[in-house]
Design a protein around this ligand. Structure first.
Ligand code: ZN
Ligand code: ZN
Length: 253
C-alpha cells in the first residue's frame, strides 16, 4: 500500500477509536472496571496479577526456576524430556487469575481477552520475540472436524494477534492436523506423546525449509502436542521452531 494512504487510514482508525471510547469508555476485559488505555485490555490491577512477577524461567520449557539455576540444558523438570521445539516463550503460569483468564479466552466469546493476553505477552517478551527473527507465525492447528463444531479457536486468535503486533506473516494453512486426537487433560505424558505422534503434517515443504517459525498455542501442558507439531515442521526442513504460549501448566513442573 502507498505510504500516505496507509497513514491516512491509520489516522482515520485512531479518530474512530477515540470517538467510540468517548461514547463507550473502555472497560477492563477481566474485571469490567474503566480503563484509560485506548487499546482494549486490562486495568492496572488485573495487569499486575496477570503479568509475572520478576522471575527466572527455563528457556526450554518455561517453568519458573531459581535465580542461580543453570538452565543451559534445561531445568530439573525438563532435562529428561525430549522436545522437538527449541525454546518456549510464555507469559505466565496456568494457575490462579491466569488460569481464569485463559479459560475465558478459550470460551466462545473469548476473542477479546485472547487478543489482550497476546498483547501482554508481546509487551513482556518483545526482546526475545524480535531477536528470534521469525519468518512466520502459525497456530498449533486443530482438526477440521473440531473447527466445524467450534469455529472460534483461542490459539488461532492469540497467534494472529502476535503476528500483527510483530508485523510477521501469519498462516494457518502451512501446518494441519491430519488426525483427531482425544482431549488430553487427564492422560499421562507417555500416552499423550503416543496420541499426538504423527498427527500433524506440513502441506508444502517449500514454505518451511530453512525457516524460523513461531508456533503458538494458548497453554503448554506436557509439551506433547507442541512437540508433535514441531516434529512435523522440523521434518519438513524448518531450521528452528520456537513455541509461544500464554501460560505453562504447573502440572509439568
Ligand atoms: Zn481489571
Ligand atoms: Zn525446563
Amino acid at each position: 500500500m502507498i505510504q500516505p494512504v496507509r497513514s491516512l487510514r491509520r489516522s482515520a482508525t485512531t479518530m474512530a477509536t477515540a470517538a467510540l471510547n468517548f461514547v463507550y469508555p473502555p472497560a477492563c476485559l477481566f474485571c469490567g472496571r474503566d480503563v484509560e488505555s485506548a487499546r482494549p485490555g486490562f486495568c492496572e490491577t488485573c495487569l499486575a496479577t496477570l503479568k509475572p512477577a520478576i522471575s527466572n524461567e527455563c528457556p526450554r520449557c518455561g517453568a519458573p526456576v531459581g535465580p542461580y539455576t543453570d538452565v543451559t540444558k534445561g531445568c530439573a523438570q525438563c532435562r529428561r524430556e525430549s522436545y522437538a521445539f527449541d525454546l518456549v516463550i510464555r507469559l505466565g503460569i496456568y494457575d490462579g487469575e491466569m488460569r481464569l483468564a485463559c479459560l475465558r479466552a478459550k470460551a466462545t466469546s473469548g476473542s477479546g481477552i485472547a487478543r489482550a493476553l497476546a498483547d501482554v505477552l508481546v509487551d513482556q517478551k518483545i526482546v526475545e520475540l524480535r531477536d528470534a527473527k521469525f519468518d512466520f507465525v502459525i497456530p498449533v492447528p486443530e482438526h477440521w472436524s473440531r473447527r466445524l463444531l467450534h469455529p472460534y479457536y483461542a490459539a488461532e486468535t492469540v497467534s494472529r494477534q502476535i503476528a500483527q503486533r510483530l508485523e510477521i506473516r501469519w498462516s494457518r494453512s502451512i501446518l494441519c492436523k491430519t488426525r483427531r486426537t482425544p482431549k488430553q487433560a487427564t492422560s499421562p505424558t507417555p500416552q499423550r506423546r503416543q496420541q499426538q505422534q504423527g498427527s500433524f503434517a506440513v502441506g508444502n515443504h517449500k514454505h518451511v525449509t530453512g525457516k524460523t517459525i513461531l508456533l503458538v498455542d494458548d497453554i503448554l501442558t506436557t509439551g506433547s502436542t507442541a512437540t508433535a507439531a514441531a516434529q512435523s515442521l522440523k521434518k519438513a526442513g524448518a531450521k528452528r521452531v520456537v513455541v509461544a504460549v500464554i501460560a505453562v501448566s504447573p502440572l509439568k513442573q
